[in-house]
Each structure stands twice: as structure tokens, then as C-alpha cells.
Ligand binder design. Structure first.
Ligand SMILES: [Zn+2]
Length: 222
């Protein structure tokens, strides 16, 4: 039996990671989060970890070839040791070259078919959500100014709530533009194959969670 792959795509701030996790729990599927995998490898101090740290510590993009090698090894290992009924990919692929590589890897290790759940949210809503975010400079707790507008952290009671530079509206807008430019070819790639279902996340988490589950049911291989 081949293991279906469901790729999660979506702009920063749309709740993609949260919904991938929720769906994995509900569907009993595996959750493959490239960001955590890379951080884990970088910390391990292995030769590959050292190579990764070289790029990440300088703020350089990790080359596709290295990403693809890492993903291929991790997926093969997962299929061999602990095969899930379905596998949700979060953070990979990010480019058409990575998507093409994934097709090859999938065909060689009993993975597939590949389909995509694309989480969408109008840019202005994302900017608003992120711009309302405040972070404690001591314990890292996150608050929404609409829910808590004080200056002192109510959790650790000693930190100050600040707005991160990354969360400022103009920075978020720029990141969203970058995301759209980079991801458009990927959406086209999967759209053309008829393997893409979009979900709008302009509602409370419980509502969006149902939409995502509906999309998952829709793309289940019959
Ligand atoms: Zn705090």
C-alpha cells in the first residue's frame, strides 16, 4: 500500500502549521515539519548538521539539493520504520524544483499520490493579525492586543510586551509579497495536475479545522 502525501501550503500568518498539526491528530496521519527537522539536524552536530548551520547561521538560503537529500532520507526512514496511513508535509516543497524532486522520491519509496491543501487568507487580514501580536521580552509568551492591551506580561509578571520588528505591518506586507511571488509557480504546478484544494482561514480555528478536514476527505484517494 502506498502512503498518500498531503502538502500544506499557505502564507506566513495563515495558521498553516496549526492546521497541519490538528489534521494530523484527527486523521491519525503523520506530520512532517521541515522547519523542525532542519533545526534538529543543525543541533545534532553531525556532518550534515554542520553544513546546515553554515547556511542558517549566515542567514543564507539552504540550497535545494541539500534540502532534497535531507527530505529523501527522512521520508525513507519514516516509511521503513513507522509508516503512517497518510503523511502531511509542512514547509516542503517550497519551489517547483523541490516539488519535482518529491515526485521522484515518492515514486521510489511507496509514497503517493501527492495532493495539496492550500490555506488562504486575504493579505490585509494577515497583516492585521500579525500587527496585533505582542511578545513578552522575557518569557516569550504571545498576546493579541485585542485581548490584552497591558504593557506588563500577565504570565511571568516581569517582562514587557513588545512588538517584534518582524511583526510590523510593512515587514509583513513585504514577506507576503515574497511568498506570493515564490509560491505562485508551485500553485500552478499542482493546480494543473488537479491536485489542489483551497481552504480560506478567515474564521475561528474550530471552523477552519472543519474546512480543512472537508478538504482532506475530498482529496482522499478513492
Ligand atoms: Zn512574560
Amino acid at each position: 500500500m502506498s502512503i498518500p502525501i498531503i502538502i500544506f501550503l499557505g502564507p506566513p500568518g495563515c495558521g498553516k502549521g496549526t492546521h497541519a498539526k490538528l489534521l494530523a491528530e484527527r486523521a491519525g496521519a503523520g506530520h512532517f515539519d521541515l522547519g523542525s527537522l532542519l533545526r534538529g539536524i543543525a543541533k545534532s552536530g553531525s556532518p550534515r548538521g554542520v553544513e546546515l548551520t553554515g547556511f542558517m547561521s549566515k542567514g543564507l538560503l539552504v540550497p535545494d539539493t541539500l534540502i532534497i537529500e535531507i527530505v529523501r532520507d527522512a521520508l525513507s526512514e519514516r516509511v521503513k520504520t513507522n509508516p503512517p496511513p497518510a503523511l502531511l508535509l509542512d514547509g516542503f516543497p517550497r519551489t517547483v524544483a523541490q516539488a519535482e524532486a518529491l515526485e521522484k522520491v515518492a515514486a521510489s519509496i511507496e509514497l503517493g499520490p501527492v495532493s495539496v491543501i492550500n490555506i488562504n487568507l486575504p493579505n490585509e487580514l494577515i497583516v492585521e493579525r500579525i500587527a496585533n501580536r505582542r511578545v513578552c521580552n522575557k518569557c516569550g509568551a504571545i498576546f493579541d492586543v485585542l485581548e490584552f492591551s497591558g504593557k506588563e506580561c500577565p504570565k511571568c509578571k516581569s517582562g514587557q510586551l513588545i512588538q517584534r520588528d518582524d511583526d510590523k505591518a510593512e515587514v509583513v506586507r513585504r514577506r507576503l509579497e515574497e511568498y506570493a511571488a515564490k509560491t505562485a509557480p508551485l500553485l500552478q504546478f499542482y493546480g494543473k495536475k488537479g491536485k489542489l484544494v483551497s481552504v480560506v482561514s478567515d474564521a475561528p480555528v474550530e471552523v477552519v479545522r472543519e474546512r480543512v478536514y472537508g478538504a482532506y476527505k475530498q482529496i482522499q484517494p478513492k
